[in-house]
Design a protein around this ligand. Structure first.
Ligand code: NAD
Length: 678
């Protein structure tokens, strides 16, 4: 389609003449049918809600069509309105715009719906099975139209994908404020999501999908590399160097989990990743992230043994159910060094976790037709799953929860997973699982508490040369910081120096020209400043969007993940994430987002993020300094108040560097005083 045609479509918004009906393309990876949860009156309401977007003359046709979608798929996606043009991160000036900031947001949003990037593009889902950019295509069309016509004196307000409208604001205000899935707390259980999402009034935005900050698998490869590499260091530290190659066994080759084999290979491990969905296996195999695929356990086991003996860095996929794999490893009495799981257990009843003994298709049918029976199958499988993991753990395997609510759901299923007595609903302050999460053991103390987190940027020119230039800038900034860095953070800096040096070589871009690395407050501000200067000097050809995953130091309150290494009881509060969202908004973010749910599930986490457009201006320089500083140090201050040693070190260091920063520090109590009290 011609550029002009594309621009005309964007400016048109929701058409008043019906486009052709779209055929349901089987070759596309579609969201599973959602369970039927609405009664007749509620269905009527869902259709009434959906028709709000359209002129009355279209209602008769669309009412029947939407009811059919609701009955067939469990949701109204408005498939007919999916645009005919290709959605991808186009060069920024291709988007019709009055505000360059809004055009940058269109660039980011489009990337999240690109077929090469999104998991279920026709259902507007980017990753994690239910991480939506919008609930339906009308919301997409309306939002793109608003972004195209808005100015720098307006702010677009998005309620769970619904564009409430453009409101007058000012040039320093965010251009877009996004909220996703924000519920009254008592209505935030998984079935509430099913119901209110089916009604079309809320959505699950995951972390970066509903905030337009997903940059394809690269973001997750980096975090996964850091995690797997440090897990291996941990095992080597305890056990010494093994004669055999270290074996890492896990599950999932989906949106994020698919990064595991690639990361494990970079870390030099033998990895086996189970995946039940052949489409997901094929994607990762074709991409080269998985080296070898086995469907037969009899053939897989000897292959693993050879790889271990030869210390091969090789990534193997087992196409089948992970519990079959674990049980076989137990039976064979295999030595597994590192174990984890990245099925989508934040979404256990709607396709996130597949029970053993059922085919993929049988499961997909049962979860919609007989959800109660499906739930029983899932829970029985979880119990078997943990039993096998426990046996291998007893034989020396290091196991960590990968932030997918695995331990939580195993506990709820009645599995043997608690260290102490079983706590109420698996979520009590006193509950202690047998295994730690990757944040408790690795990312928390090594990264987040020092302020290191997933800082990213996107070149809106869509030009690889700009990306190369930003890589060079980031590398020289980090090398400079390294020269005077304290020992406590040298390892993190060094890991990221190697990462950014090799980034181009590792061919990590899928979709937009994006880069990620882990940096602390100092690193993020200095890299951003240098990039802004390079834009001003025309060394970089177009604006750069800065952002991060919500999976970070300050952005997320999630008691079983990002804040699982907070031990003062406050991990069940969400003040930090909300403060962060608000604080970013008045310090210069170009868009901000606050979400209920993401990673570990609806009702289990509050998280927020931002996007900040650098255009080489003095305004951008002012905003980046103010906002990025807060965006990291808010979380460090909270972590220090929770008595985390590393955060205490980091915040004191920051106060020395920044006289204007005054943080309340925690006094530590002598253990004997407490002991003598009871
Ligand atoms: N990668 C990370 O760094 C990271 C960090 C934190 C949390 N997570 C969590 O990891 C989970 C996975 O994310 P995703 O985007 O990959 O989700 P996804 O749904 O795209 O992928 C999960 C995959 O697991 C497969 N699967 C489910 N049950 C299985 C079973 N019993 N046997 C074999 N395969 C099975 C599914 O077919 C699917 O392909 C999420 O809960 C996410 O929040 C990931």
């Amino acid at each position: 389609m011609e550029l002009q045609q594309f621009q005309k479509h964007i400016l048109q918004g929701i058409p008043s003449i019906l486009p052709e009906v779209k055929i349901y393309e089987e070759k596309i990876n579609h969201a599973p049918k959602r369970k039927a949860i609405l009664n007749a009156d509620e269905k009527k309401l869902a259709i009434q809600n959906a028709l709000r977007y359209f002129e009355p003359k279209l209602h008769t046709v669309l009412a029947t069509e939407f009811l059919n979608e609701l009955d067939t798929y469990g949701r109204i996606y408005m498939y007919r309105f999916r645009p005919d043009y290709k959605i991808y991160a186009r060069p920024i000036l291709d988007y019709p715009h009055q505000s360059i900031q809004a055009a940058a947001i269109m660039h980011m949003l489009s990337n999240n719906l690109d077929y090469a990037v999104a998991q279920h593009p026709h259902e507007l889902i980017t990753y994690g099975g239910n991480g939506s950019v919008f609930q339906n295509w009308a919301q997409y069309l309306l939002t793109m139209q608003y972004l195209a016509i808005m100015t720098d004196e307006q702010t677009l307000v998005l309620y769970s994908g619904h564009a409430m409208g453009l409101f007058p604001s000012h040039k320093d205000a965010p251009r877009v404020v996004v909220t996703n899935g924000m519920m009254i707390p008592n209505y935030s259980k998984p079935d509430d999501w099913e119901k209110f999402n089916a009604l079309g009034v809320t959505q699950y935005g995951q972390m970066t999908a509903g905030s337009f900050m997903y940059i394809g698998p690269q973001g997750i490869i980096h975090g996964t590399c850091i995690t797997v590499m440090n897990a291996a260091r941990k095992v080597q530290h305890v056990n010494g160097n093994s004669e055999n190659g270290l074996l890492f066994v896990t599950c999932g080759l989906g949106g994020m989990s698919g990064a595991q084999p690639k990361a494990a290979k970079i870390a030099g491990l033998v990895s086996v990743t189970a995946e039940i969905n052949p489409k997901a296996v094929k994607t990762r195999h074709t991409q080269g992230w998985v080296d070898e695929v086995f469907e037969n356990l009899d053939l897989l086991i000897p292959r693993i043994k050879t790889a271990q003996a030869n210390k091969e860095a090789v990534s193997i996929a087992y196409q089948g159910n992970v519990v079959d794999l674990w049980e076989r490893l137990v039976k064979e009495n295999m030595k597994v060094d590192i174990g984890s799981d990245q099925s989508s257990l934040h979404n256990p009843w709607a396709g996130g976790y597949y029970p053993v003994g059922l085919s993929l298709q049988e499961s997909n049918e049962m979860m919609a037709a007989n959800p109660d029976k499906f739930k029983v199958h899932v829970q029985e499988t979880l119990v078997k799953h943990i039993n096998a993991v426990n046996t291998l753990h007893a034989n020396g395997m290091y196991f960590f929860d990968y932030g997918n609510a695995f331990l939580l759901e195993v506990g709820r299923a009645g599995g043997d997973v608690y260290k102490n007595e079983k706590a109420l609903y698996g979520g009590h302050v006193g509950a202690t699982f047998k295994y730690n999460s990757y944040v408790q053991d690795i990312l928390g103390p090594i990264c987040f508490d020092y302020g290191f987190g997933p800082f990213r940027w996107v070149c809106t020119s869509a030009n690889e040369n700009d990306l190369r230039k930003t890589d060079e800038i980031a590398l020289s900034v980090l090398e400079e910081i390294y020269k005077t860095a304290p020992d406590e953070i040298k390892q993190q800096l060094n890991d990221n120096i190697i990462w950014i040096r090799d980034a181009m070589k590792n061919n990590l871009v899928v979709g937009s020209q994006a880069r990620i690395l882990y940096a602390d407050s100092e690193g993020r501000v200095k890299i951003a400043e240098a990039i802004n200067k390079a834009i001003a000097n025309k060394e970089i050809s177009a604006p750069i969007v800065l952002g991060r995953d919500h999976h970070d130091v300050s952005g997320t309150d999630s008691p079983y993940r990002e804040t699982s290494n907070i031990y003062d009881g406050s991990k069940f509060t969400a003040d930090m994430a909300v403060q962060n969202f608000v604080g970013d908004s008045f310090r210069g973010a170009t868009w901000i987002s606050l979400h209920n749910g993401g990673g570990v599930g609806w009702g289990e986490v509050i998280n927020g993020g931002f996007g900040l457009v650098l255009d080489g201006s003095a305004d951008a320089d002012r905003r980046l300094k103010s906002m990025l500083f807060w965006d990291v140090n808010n979380g460090i201050a909270r972590r220090a108040w929770a008595r985390n040693k590393e955060a205490n070190f980091a915040i004191k260091r920051e106060m020395e560097r920044t006289p204007n920063l005054k943080v309340t520090l925690a006094n530590l109590v002598d253990e004997d005083i407490l002991k003598n009290l009871f």
